[in-house]
Design a binder for this molecule. Structure first.
Ligand SMILES: Nc1ncnc2c1ncn2[C@@H]1O[C@H](COP(=O)(O)OP(=O)(O)OP(=O)(O)O)[C@@H](O)[C@H]1O
Ligand SMILES: [K+]
Ligand SMILES: [Mg+2]
Length: 679
């Protein structure tokens, strides 16, 4: 499985680079260029200079073939470099889309029609149809298991070759078209019409077909267009003014000046930054439904995490039976077993496993024929109503206490002390009760994932507040919260409490992220600004969320936030760099232009550039080659250390702002020294 994952990461191959080179020429089409107004202006300038080069007489212009041709070529590569950046960023997604499309081969499906099996083409299946999938067969469409249990190979979409169990009911019922049943047989209800499947969505996502500009990008684009218009006006009005004072500025020189001044660096890299950011999330096996979701992740103030499975490993295992109120150890063990025979949750299964491990004989015959009470997050209890009328329950201590009191029973005096002992060790105590009597406790142990403290510390440095929401009791919650280092916790919380927390934070103007997998998480996932659903989870959760983690690792939300932050930072840093650059170029090129007309003004030549022409060409060439030089940074993202936004901003202003001012002086001077040798 590691190998497959690596293969995915190594997708930036020679083929992609070659394809990107071809695409950058295709993207010269004005219909495509107009989407990037800054570069579109450069393209128009390129065409004008070409015409001036070839037919100077048309314009009554001076014949300066060599210079004009050079300006034309530099302008052309400027546009090509920008197109190449975008094409390269798109390349990896396209390659991934191609491999996904291969999994979309036409398959046949065994559709159930009035109880009979009819073989049909998968493409004819509609929402609501039921199909049978047997061992070895491809699952014909997205759906929910409504009958049976099977192991499914999902490597086609997750890159993970270990099969996963899918079963009817519960949080592991969703299946994805294009994955394969490797054992057993399941009946599936199709949940999507053709063309709307998960793989379809994934293809259009990685391909960027549906890529819409995010609000952030639109705002930045507006700024870039405004700057471009301002400089356009400046340059256009410069000509008559210069003429008035007796300086004749040629059109290619003015175009060169314009291109140097407008924000071509960020204009050329902007869409590559966005695509690469999305791609980084995808390579991380997280599907973001929109770029907006990734950017929102970068702006998160509050993160809601659940305890079990996110902060802890989630294998809450029974480790001890604790009798209370004069009950014997054997009695607690026996009732624990009876309450758990039909409880298919990991917690329930672990009770029987513990008894087996301890070698304790237990008899669950009493439970036969009884009504099973399934565990629910709302009741926080599970159990069985026996045929002899006795009611057996186990569950969260406060829930069982309430139940016992409602039954007319009493709470044994040492229950609280024992509960406290387990909870203060970070364990989860489950009370076991029958009718009106509490027999004792089951001690469920779970461990905090290693490295959690460091990760929450990082989040804190990013200015993100973490809140752990758990159905567990306050003491267990407090112990785990302390051990993991979260900022706050909410104990004994029911699913609706999560929405309440999210709404409360949002009301304070904060952006909230959360993870979840169950149907009861769906409303909260939809309410959160960033909702990360687990691929193993229910269809409802996946549809409500704006991101899906194919590896079903809830703690990945932390990395997703880091990627979002890095995306925003990269864009900010390169914008700063680009604008600082343009300011510096202004000082390099303006004196040169005036020197061209009034050679006596040699004091203007502060940079000691070879000649006015070489100064203009050097500035223009620097302006072009800075784009490909920054492609790696745009694609990889700027180096990122967790710290507060304010600190980051000032640090970036120094590095990229100051760097942006200094770099052109050095770059242009170097190029000029070379250029001057041959003109
Ligand atoms: N199988 C079960 N039978 C009875 N009670 C259970 C069972 N599983 C869990 N509980 C009790 O219900 C509480 C809530 O469990 P649930 O899994 O819903 O927690 P949660 O809300 O997801 O929060 P977290 O994941 O942080 O524990 C648990 O703390 C435990 O006391
Ligand atoms: K520029
Ligand atoms: Mg949970």
């Amino acid at each position: 499985m590691k190998q497959q994952r690596q293969q995915r990461k190594k997708l930036l191959t020679g083929d992609i680079v070659k394809q990107a080179a071809i695409d950058s020429v295709m993207k010269l089409s004005p219909a495509a260029m107009i989407k990037n107004p800054v570069m579109f202006i450069v393209e128009i300038g390129t065409v004008v200079v070409l015409l001036l080069t070839l037919f100077p007489s048309w314009f009554d212009a001076e014949e300066r073939f060599g210079f004009n041709l050079t300006v034309f070529l530099i302008l052309l590569i400027t546009v090509l470099f920008a197109n190449f950046a975008e094409a390269l960023a798109e390349g990896r997604g396209k390659a991934q889309a191609d491999s996904l499309k291969k999994t979309k081969r036409e398959v046949v499906a065994s559709k159930l029609v009035n109880g009979e099996v009819v073989v049909v083409q998968a493409s004819t299946l509609r929402k609501g149809d039921s199909v049978i999938v047997e061992q070895g067969e491809m699952i014909p469409g997205d759906g929910e298991v409504i009958e049976g249990l099977a192991s499914v190979d999902e490597s086609a979409i997750t890159g993970e070759s270990a099969p996963v169990i899918k079963e009817a009911g519960g949080d592991f019922s969703s299946v994805t078209g294009g994955t394969r049943v490797v054992s057993d047989r399941i009946v599936i209800r199709i949940t999507n019409d053709p063309g709307e499947s998960f793989i379809d969505r994934m293809i259009s996502l990685v391909e960027g077909a549906k890529r819409q500009k995010t609000p952030n990008e639109i705002a930045l684009n507006t700024l870039l267009i405004s700057l471009t218009l301002i400089f356009l006006i400046v340059v256009v009005t410069l000509a008559p003014i210069a003429k008035y004072v007796g300086v004749d500025l040629e059109i290619p020189v003015l175009i060169a000046l314009l291109v140097c001044l407008i924000p071509t660096t960020i204009g050329g890299l902007l869409s590559a930054i966005g695509i690469a950011g999305m791609d980084r999330v995808t390579q991380f096996n997280v599907l973001a439904m929109s770029g907006k979701a990734v950017e929102a992740a970068g702006d998160i103030n509050t993160m809601i995490l659940d305890k079990t499975g996110t902060i802890t490993f989630g294998n809450r295992m029974a480790s001890e039976f604790v009798p209370v109120g004069g009950a014997s150890l054997a009695e607690v063990a026996a009732w624990s077993a009876i309450s758990s025979v039909q409880d298919e949750t990991p917690e329930g299964r672990s009770v029987l496993e513990l008894l087996k491990k301890q070698g304790t004989a237990y008899d669950t015959a009493l439970a036969e024929g009884g009504t099973f009470i399934e565990f629910k997050a709302e009741t926080r209890m599970s159990g069985v109503d026996l045929t002899n009328g006795r009611l057996v329950r186990k569950g969260a201590v406060d829930a069982v206490k309430q139940w016992i009191v409602a039954q007319g029973g009493q709470v044994p005096s040492e229950l609280d002390a024992e509960t406290e002992r387990i909870a203060s060790a970070g364990g989860t105590p489950l009370a076991v009760a029958v009718d009106t009597r509490i027999y004792g406790l089951i001690y469920l142990k779970d461990t905090v994932k290693p490295g959690m403290k460091e990760r929450f510390e990082q989040l804190r440095r990013m200015g993100i507040r973490t809140i752990m929401c758990t159905g567990d009791n306050p003491l267990t919650a407090a112990t785990i919260a302390k051990e993991a280092g979260v900022d706050d916790f909410i104990a004994e919380s029911k699913p609706e409490d999560k929405i309440a927390v999210i709404k409360r934070e949002q009301a304070q103007g904060k952006l909230v992220a959360m993870t979840g997998d169950g149907t009861n998480d769906a409303p909260a996932l939809a309410q959160a600004d960033v909702g990360l659903a687990m691929n193993s989870g229910t269809v409802a959760a996946k549809e409500a969320a704006n991101m899906v983690d194919l590896d079903s690792d809830p703690s990945k939300i932390i990395e997703v936030v880091a990627i979002g932050k890095q995306l925003l930072m990269t864009r900010g840093a390169l914008t700063t760099f680009s604008i600082a650059n343009d300011v510096a170029k202004y000082f390099a090129i303006i004196p040169a232009i005036f020197l061209l007309a009034i050679p006596e003004m040699s004091v203007l030549n502060v940079m000691q550039l070879g000649s006015p022409f070489s100064a203009i060409l050097s500035a223009l060439l620097f302006n072009a080659i800075i784009i490909p030089l920054l492609i790696p940074l745009a694609m990889k993202g700027v180096a990122y250390k967790p710290m507060s936004s304010a600190k980051l901003l000032s640090r970036n202003l120094v590095v990229y702002g100051l760097g942006g001012v200094i770099a052109p002086f050095i770059g242009i001077k170097l190029i000029d020294m070379i250029v001057h040798l041959w003109i």
